[in-house]
Design a protein around this ligand. Structure first.
Ligand SMILES: [Zn+2]
Length: 377
């Protein structure tokens, strides 16, 4: 199975919104692999992006070193949270060649035109809007908001829905030579190019946060299908809900963040994982410290059960408690819950039931799928 998940712009610390997305797809990958399916997992890093350049300028550091540093922190957080790392984490700055090949091909095939930037002609792709089920009016409104945030860039385009594939760089930003002038990629083309390079023209599952459905994924789909003629580009799209905190979407710009590190100061990694997994992946939800504390109490009960069993006769050695042992068959109802559009809350209820009846062997097969991490402390 091929899986592509849109990753971060590495300019600041990871928060629970990022953790929710990446841990959701970690459960998916672990569930597939525990069921005997081989997974090839690609998660990109958007290291050519305005917020990264802005922060580098503000801090007086090189954007590449800032990106390196932030990627290191992300990987560290996710390692503590027990993820099965992606097979490839390509960075935009290292994929400019394939991105330009994709942009040039789109132009040659008549799906793009060049004015102040190279734009994708959305009118040439009849299904634009079908993924997000938005009317033209809502799409135009959302695009204008993105343009005001500087996400989309230049503006000499034929139609409000068109978007840049390649655009001139701003002052002090990196620029690469191309037949469309010195510049940098538009936002969406990077994921079409990287998905194609590492997973081929069609992928099984494409994931990302709900806020990426429009315009990012809508545009990615339009570009990819126009480029290859292969439909669908992604057989399944999975979007994770937004995490709210103090009544608003958890976001850097609103300043209401719970960083992964802050959660890990208060609870073991397995509790953070189970708390995240206690929410349906596609729905928005509100982070509450009391919910995390409850998950931590559950993890403690589980630890007592598993360690008690280890002390008993004929039990596995310590260290095999969460996933280090050979693969065993997942309990039927647990597997059925995850097979049902990744219903993690129901899967957790199966885990809780196993803890209640003291079934350490069942806990040992389910826990690694949901929590990844081998540590319950
Ligand atoms: Zn993407």
């Amino acid at each position: 199975m091929s899986l592509y998940v849109c990753g971060v712009t590495p300019y600041d610390s990871g928060h629970m919104g990022h953790a929710f997305t990446f841990c959701t797809f970690d459960v998916l990958v672990r569930f597939m692999e525990a069921s005997g399916v081989r997974v090839r997992y690609v998660q990109n890093v958007t290291d050519v992006d305005d917020p990264l350049f802005e922060r580098a300028r503000r801090d007086g550091v090189d954007w590449r070193s800032l990106a390196d540093h932030e990627i290191e922190l992300l990987v560290r957080d996710m390692t503590v949270l027990g993820w099965r790392p992606p097979d490839v984490m390509p960075r935009v700055s290292e994929e400019i060649g394939p991105i330009l090949v994709a942009a040039t091909r789109l132009k040659r095939r008549g799906f793009a035109y060049h004015t102040d930037a190279l734009y994708f002609d959305a009118s040439r792709y009849s299904g634009y809007g079908a993924l997000s089920h938005l009317s033209r009016r809502s799409m135009v409104r959302k695009l204008r908001a993105e343009e005001l945030l500087g996400v989309v860039g230049a503006n000499a385009k034929a139609d409000a829905l068109d978007f840049p594939l390649w655009r001139p760089s701003g002052a002090g930003e990196p620029a690469w030579p191309s037949e469309f002038g010195e510049g940098r990629p538009g936002w969406h083309i990077e994921c079409s190019a990287m998905a194609m390079r590492y997973l081929g023209p069609q992928i099984d599952i494409h994931g990302g946060g709900r806020d990426l459905e429009f315009s990012h994924h809508e545009s990615e789909r339009a570009q990819s299908e126009s480029l290859t003629g292969k439909v669908p580009f992604a057989r399944t799209w999975m979007h994770t809900g937004l995490v709210r905190y103090n009544g608003r979407k958890m976001s850097k710009s609103l300043g209401n963040l719970v960083l992964v590190g802050q959660a890990l100061e208060r609870a073991p990694a397995a509790a953070v994982r189970l708390y995240l997994a206690s929410h349906r992946y596609g729905r928005d939800w509100a982070f509450q410290w009391s919910g995390l504390a409850q998950a931590a109490r559950f993890v403690e009960r589980m630890r007592v059960l598993l360690e008690g069993e280890v002390r008993g006769a004929g039990a596995p050695k310590p260290g095999t408690a969460a996933g280090a042992g050979p693969r065993s068959v997942l309990p039927k109802r647990f597997a059925a819950a995850l097979a049902n559009n990744l219903d993690t809350p129901t899967a957790i209820r199966e885990l809780r039931a196993a803890v209640r009846r003291g079934d350490a062997a069942a806990v040992r097969t389910m826990l690694p799928v949901l929590a990844g991490t081998a540590s319950l402390r």
